[in-house]
Design a protein around this ligand. Structure first.
Ligand code: SAH
Length: 432
């Protein structure tokens, strides 16, 4: 790609979702190949000015099937996801300021009075859901972590970092490339993590030392946590569960709680801090469990009330043995597995995995106990998940009622026109 502006026509079928505001256009929704757009020189300067880089991607005027412009997007020759819409306003060309405005608006939407005042970790920008493709940015205390999954965001990270430093006053920004997604987007590897520092430095310099392994301390719901961007998972902290951790914490007073697939102990340690009688944190990752113990010590929580168990939860639940105990002893079981359905074509096998996991828990849980169960697979809808849970209840021979619904927090908003953004869903179930 180059600074050439392209003109892209959508097929009659392809245009519908775009008209409704959907940001993704797959290659089969294009009517023919992109052609060079004939635009005045000043429009070219606008679209390519101020350090905007068009390398793997190119700027595109998007047209309806008759050739009438309907907006602007980012075209990627390498990707099956050929076009990402930026605006449905075709009258003014996209430019660096368009993207800075997207970032500024996204940050200002995070000013949320519902957030616990003693929380300094939350998502500032949630990719396409906030209008910026291929970029997720979390605030972790004084630092920001950018997870980049799109070619445009990767190649433009220089000024994106500058915008975030200026608009948030953050001290440093860690960049984590999502290598698999960037590879699909035509960005050649190897790609490494970067660290950029603020405080008036003229240009952000990639640090000689990679960001991996540098733990930060953050506050969530009034509790301190280690977060390890690069070394851990995702951006280092799953802030999408913040509201649910708080809610389940409230319900945990005096209870015996199993935090299954605990990672750093987000649910279990929140429950402990809210007065749970006993908590078991279980995960297959030794690294994750080491962070649980460090978090417990950091929080000054009572070691006698916390049990840490390493192993495969599928077999632990099937064998009704979590550490030294059976499932009957828990009043609240939390299951937050990793994505069991990585993509739509794995949907059936994935739904069976959700069913098996939850059935194993339901079968042995005591009468009246609660099960908080989650799915973070974008390819599984809330209804699909609910159906899998109904199969689980039927096969477990239990009467199960939904008491509450869970979703990703308001810092991971779901545009009505972009349902794919809704990936995290959960149910609080009562088992009889
Ligand atoms: N509940 C966590 C996030 C969970 S992420 C939070 O609130 O932050 C999913 C976790 O499941 C990861 O920590 C991963 O190590 C763990 N995991 C994956 N497969 C597993 C398995 N078969 N048994 C137990 N844990 C598993």
């Amino acid at each position: 790609m180059s600074n050439q502006i392209l003109e892209i026509r959508l097929s009659p079928k392809g245009i519908k979702p775009v008209r409704n505001g959907h940001p993704w256009v797959f290659r089969n929704a294009l009517a023919g190949r992109p052609v060079p757009a004939s635009v005045p020189e000043d429009v070219v300067r606008t679209v390519t000015g101020n350090g905007l880089r068009w390398e793997t991607t190119g700027p595109a005027i998007v047209c309806d099937p008759t050739g009438t412009p309907i907006g602007w997007g980012i075209y990627n020759e390498a990707s099956r996801l050929a076009l990402r819409m930026i605006t449905r306003n075709s009258s003014s060309a996209i430019h660096r300021g368009t993207f800075t405005s997207l970032i500024r608006d996204s940050i200002s939407r995070r000013d949320d009075p519902r957030r616990d005042p003693d929380t300094d970790v939350f998502r500032l920008l949630f990719g396409e859901a906030d209008g910026f493709p291929g970029l997720a940015v979390d605030r972790l205390g004084d630092a920001l972590v950018m997870e980049i999954s799109g070619a445009f965001a990767w190649e433009n990270r220089g000024w994106i970092v500058q915008d975030f430093l200026r608009l948030t006053g953050a001290q440093r920004i860690l960049i984590e490339p999502d290598r698999e997604m960037l590879d699909r987007d035509g960005v050649p590897g190897p790609l490494s993590s970067e660290e950029h520092r603020g405080e008036g430095e003229a240009a952000a310099e990639p640090a000689a030392e990679p960001a991996a392994g540098k733990a930060l301390i953050v506050r969530e719901n009034g509790i301190s946590w280690y977060a390890e961007p690069g070394g851990g998972q995702k951006t280092g902290f799953y802030c999408d569960q913040q509201v649910n951790r708080r809610r389940l914490g409230e319900l945990s007073r005096g209870l015996s709680v199993l935090d299954g697939f605990c990672y750093q102990g987000g649910f279990g340690l929140t429950a402990l801090s809210r007065g749970a009688a006993r908590v078991t944190c279980a995960d297959s990752s030794a690294d994750a469990l080491a962070i649980v113990e460090r978090n417990r010590a950091l929080q000054g929580a009572d070691a006698d009330r916390l049990e840490i168990v390493r192993g495969d939860l599928f077999s632990m639940l099937r064998n009704n043995a979590v550490g030294a105990d059976s499932l009957e002893r828990y009043d609240l079981v939390i299951l937050d597995p990793p994505k069991l359905v990585p993509a739509r074509h794995h949907r059936d096998a994935g739904l069976r995995a959700y069913k098996d996991l939850n059935m194993a828990a339901m079968r042995k849980m005591r009468q009246g106990a609660r099960l908080a169960t989650f799915s973070c697979s974008g390819a599984v809808s809330r209804d699909d998940f609910r159906t899998a849970l109904a199969w689980a209840a039927a096969d477990a021979g239990r009467v199960v009622r939904i008491e509450e619904l869970f979703s990703q927090g308001p810092d991971h908003p779901v545009p009505l026109h972009f349902p794919e953004a809704e990936y995290l869903k959960g149910f609080l179930l009562r088992i009889h």
